[in-house]
Design a protein around this ligand. Structure first.
Ligand code: FES
Length: 314
């Protein structure tokens, strides 16, 4: 099935335009924004975070949470800040990814804007290689917008073994799969990730401030406690700004490495604290346990993006 990116975008109090493009986070393989071409005024293209999408009732229509007035406050798309996936020259990408009549945009990071486009594309092609397996965008869009799991699922997931982490205070990514189910559809597996740091006492202190961290269910009951002196700390793989995937990167200013989110360039240190960018809070620490053999298990909690306080959603 071809995706219908020309879907109408409707606010709570009226229709505002059509979806003309989607913006993709190349690292998480998730859609971070949709671009809505306005019907009225100067027919601008506005960049709307995916979290604003309330419902996709059918392939022809997308319902936004905001009002028409609030929609008008979303930023106008700065087209120069993006490249399309066609610019990236990824072999066989188009065998698996079909988006018509819209475009898929990938952010052209501000940090890279002094870099010649040719070398940016070469680097990006490497980073985006995983996109080859991306399914059609419409189903992706659909699953991002619908509730994926039952609320407050406290299941433990095995994600790997800490013997892979050789150095302290370095982010190490573990991938795992979990099921989600839409109404009337069979359960599907999706890939997720967390970042684990083998933390020195200083970093542990920065994360926990000397206090054990408690995690609660929807009734307020404690489901797990992370000990403040436990050497391994797991961070949710979603950036607390708007939910993009981030990576551990060495940069000119941070030669030892930091967590860098490519969507809006939030930067976090090894303790998950924000050191730059628009993120409203530190990386989200997850409930985690490591057994004597080094096997890591986590509870895959998701928190609301874009707000200072941690508000548990799943
Ligand atoms: S989603 Fe905006 S900085 Fe990560």
């Amino acid at each position: 099935m071809q995706p219908k990116l020309a879907a109408k975008a409707r606010c709570s109090d009226g229709e505002v335009g059509k979806i003309s493009k989607v913006i993709l986070d190349p690292l998480s393989r998730e859609i971070s924004h949709v671009v809505v071409s306005e019907y009225s005024g100067q027919r601008m293209e506005r960049q709307v975070p995916i979290s604003q999408i309330q419902e996709v009732p059918n392939e022809e229509e997308v319902v936004l949470r905001c009002s028409v007035a609030e929609f008008g406050q979303f930023p106008v798309l700065d087209r120069d800040g993006y490249v399309t996936i066609h610019d990236l020259e990824i072999a066989h990408l188009e065998d698996n990814l079909h988006v018509e009549p819209g475009e898929i945009l990938v952010p052209y990071p501000r940090l890279e804007q002094g870099v010649p486009r040719r070398s940016f594309f070469a680097n990006m092609t490497h980073a985006i290689g995983a996109l080859i397996a991306l399914p059609f965008v419409y189903p992706v869009l659909k699953f991002v917008m619908k509730p994926m799991y039952r609320p407050f699922d406290n299941e433990w997931f095995s994600v790997g073994n800490v013997n892979k982490i050789k150095k302290e205070n370095i982010g190490y990514q573990f991938k795992f799969r979990r099921g989600f189910k839409e109404v009337f559809m069979p359960e599907q597996q999706i890939e997720k990730n967390i970042w684990v740091v083998k933390a020195t006492p200083e970093v542990r202190k920065a994360v926990y401030e000397g206090k054990d961290k408690k995690f609660h269910d929807e009734k307020g009951d404690i489901v797990w406690v992370n000990k403040a002196n436990a050497p391994y700390i797991g961070f949710s793989g979603k950036c607390p700004h708007l939910g993009c995937g981030y990576k551990w990167r060495r940069t000119k200013n941070y030669p030892d490495g930091v967590f860098l989110c490519p969507c809006h360039l939030s930067i976090y240190d090894e303790a998950g604290k924000v050191v730059d960018g628009p993120a409203p809070r530190a990386l989200d620490v997850l409930p985690m346990k490591v057994n004597a053999a080094g096997e890591v298990k986590i509870i895959d909690i998701e928190y609301k993006a874009g707000v200072e306080k941690q508000i548990r959603l799943l």
